[in-house]
Design a protein around this ligand. Sequence first.
Ligand code: MTE
Length: 325
Amino acid sequence: MTRYHYPAIPESEVTPRELFEQRRRFLKGSLKSGAALGVAAAMPGLLLSPTARAWQETLADQLEGELPSRSLAGEEALTDKKDVTTYNNFYEFGTRKSDPEVYAHRLVTDPWSVSIEGEVEKPGSFALEDILAGQELEERIYRLRCVEAWSMVIPWIGFPLAELLKRHGPTSRAKYVVFESILDPDNLRGQRRSIIDWPYREALRIDEAMHPLTLMAVGMYGEKMPNQNGAPIRLVVPWKYGFKSIKSVVRIRLVEERPTTSWIEQNPDEYGFYANVNPEVDHPRWSQGRERRIGESGRRETLMFNGYADEVAELYAGMDLTRHF
Ligand code: MTE
């Protein structure tokens, strides 16, 4: 794989120092002693378990430090946080866009562990605080383009998936990475219906998974991840349609053979393995040439690879993207 260099970021895209520091102060307040842990403090009966405190504190400590912030969405304005947290696809809670926000309080994120299995030298099940320990978090502003032709611009907080995978030593047979979301039909009402064959599964080719743009996100808008957006840890692959960005990940498996995924199983004519944002390859039921940016009127042109072509096009050199959609 060729070495990746971030494009130079113009001065205008760097968060002004004052705003940045203001945000740090806000984070300290809301995460360390405020919203996240404050509820427990106010109501002794609701004290968080030691494990939950462990990952939430690890995250709060990391957010307290100087968090580098960079925009990889040019000059485009951030989508309103309210829209990002109330207009969601998270079928575990139902198929309506409003379901996740209404029912996501049922998602149990404490304790949380992620198992890393298959073609790795150091497999195992790891508490989220151990996964977070030593990871350098950063804020990255990415466009998210959904297959249904709407899009958003979101300031994620996370770390490159590559950093996590490297720790576990992928073997030479690791050609693909499979992700699985939480399975908990008692709390996740959508899983009591067979909308898909639960749990939600997604996968990437190993070079896509190792690409520096591929993020494991644990927060957004300066705070820990809201449940409806995939708490406590989710994938973000900004050059692919939104369904690849699997939420609430509990298992990562490295494999040799290309796996199937939930959406391919659901409808192989509509959903491909690659799912790269491509304005030239239409979805069978609608055009992919334009998109509706949530919060804007009118429509925008959809960009090849969602605007990340300079960074990722070489991963697909020589491939027929009409066939490998
Ligand atoms: N992950 C899980 N586990 N379940 C889902 O239903 N929906 C996907 C993706 N990840 C989904 C998921 C789809 S279709 C999209 S567009 C994005 O999450 C939406 O992410 P957002 O709600 O944070 O915008």
